[in-house]
Design a protein around this ligand. Structure first.
Ligand SMILES: Cc1cc2nc3c(=O)[nH]c(=O)nc-3n(C[C@H](O)[C@H](O)[C@H](O)COP(=O)(O)OP(=O)(O)OC[C@H]3O[C@@H](n4cnc5c(N)ncnc54)[C@H](O)[C@@H]3O)c2cc1C
Length: 314
């Protein structure tokens, strides 16, 4: 990870910046490129527009590391209401949550109960097709707890999915385990700053691991077990490599699912949907966007130019 990236990820963890920077107009303006708005109504309207182009959505209210029980309860109430709205509007949208937003730092059992409530409601959110409640993957210190709660939740209800990160050396083993469960898995490269002992420091190694993990998630064994694999990346080279390999394996386009973030690689999102792949977009909303926005800048330091441009145009 180069020094600009490291600095941006560090900024994402700074409480001081998180409390001050979002008040600056040029920072808000630059963040707006990656989110349709702070309100759930704005996220739902964007989900409708994307649905009209054949793109499904994942909705997430920004927030992490909640330290007060009542705050986590508010998050659960918010998502319960959102799931109702998704059902009423008949949108092809699912919800993705961070466990630290549901109280993982406070009490694992409390977090599990919150998660179970949301999974149960997601199941009922669509009479036609069951919806998956997705669990984001956060920093490496949370991986064991996240996989454990996911596995426990899955014993009760199968409509739960988990994210795994290709930059972690351990992920191959974790993928073996989720494949054996026939789970829903979202594969990403990984958005946090992790030490080389546990994460591949070189981008080419992360990309290669992403490809190998995709092959595992799309293997005949995984498909027999009922795995739902979502390759969440904006990397067009990787998308092409995975889709070519899948075609050679006889996997239909309609069985390949890709996902990207709102506002990034829009043309590619549309192309995938048009060509018959399953194409999804994660829409983030809410007022707690600063750490998330810093991670988006870290993924592509050229995005800092947007920030600078907004500074001069505000
Ligand atoms: C649907 C979805 C869910 C995710 N959930 C998680 C999660 O739960 N946990 C987690 O750790 N990470 C998550 N991520 C983030 C992920 O880990 C990566 O940080 C992010 O997707 C960037 O990596 P990339 O695969 O796009 O590849 P990269 O190699 O980083 O990017 C490939 C190309 O995509 C474009 N691009 C990538 N990022 C940006 C950007 N921010 N702005 C503009 N262009 C960009 C650029 O053209 C770049 O060259 C998620 C990503 C997606 C799409």
């Amino acid at each position: 990870m180069n020094s600009i990236r490291r600095m941006l990820v560090k900024a994402s963890e700074s409480r001081w910046l998180r409390e001050r920077a979002p008040r600056l107009g040029f920072v808000r303006g630059a963040a707006a490129r990656f989110m349709p708005g702070e309100k759930p109504e704005e996220a739902l309207a964007a989900a409708r527009t994307l649905a009209d182009s054949g793109i499904s959505t994942l909705l997430t209210q920004l927030g992490e590391n909640i330290a007060v029980r009542a705050e986590a309860e508010k998050v659960v109430a918010h998502y319960l209401d959102l799931l109702e709205r998704v059902r009423d509007a008949d949108l092809p949208s699912e919800v993705s949550v961070k466990l630290t937003q549901l109280g993982l730092d406070l009490d694992r059992e409390f977090c599990f109960a919150n998660l179970a409530t949301l999974i149960e409601r997601s199941r009922a959110a669509s009479p036609a097709a069951e919806k998956t409640l997705w669990i984001d993957m956060e920093q490496s210190a949370y991986v064991d707890a996240t996989l454990e709660l996911h596995a426990r939740a899955r014993k009760k209800n199968r409509n739960v999915g988990v994210c795994v990160q290709a930059y972690l050396r351990r992920t191959e083993k974790d993928v073996e385990s989720v494949v054996s469960m026939g789970a829903a898995v979202r594969l990403v490269k990984g958005a946090y700053s992790e030490p080389p002992e546990i994460a591949f420091p070189k981008k080419e190694d992360v990309d290669e691991n992403f490809f190998r993990l995709s092959q595992m998630l799309l293997s005949p064994e995984a498909r027999r077990a009922g795995v739902r694999a979502v390759m969440a990346t904006h990397d067009r080279k990787l998308i092409a490599r995975i889709s070519e390999w899948a075609a050679a394996q006889g996997i239909a386009k309609s069985q390949l699912e890709f996902a990207m973030l709102f506002g990034i690689q829009r043309a590619e999102q549309l192309r995938l949907a048009r060509e018959g792949y399953r194409s999804g977009v994660l829409i983030s909303y809410g007022s707690f966007w600063f750490p998330w926005f810093m991670r988006r800048l870290a993924e592509r330091p050229a995005n800092v130019l947007f920030l600078v441009r907004n500074l001069f145009s505000s």
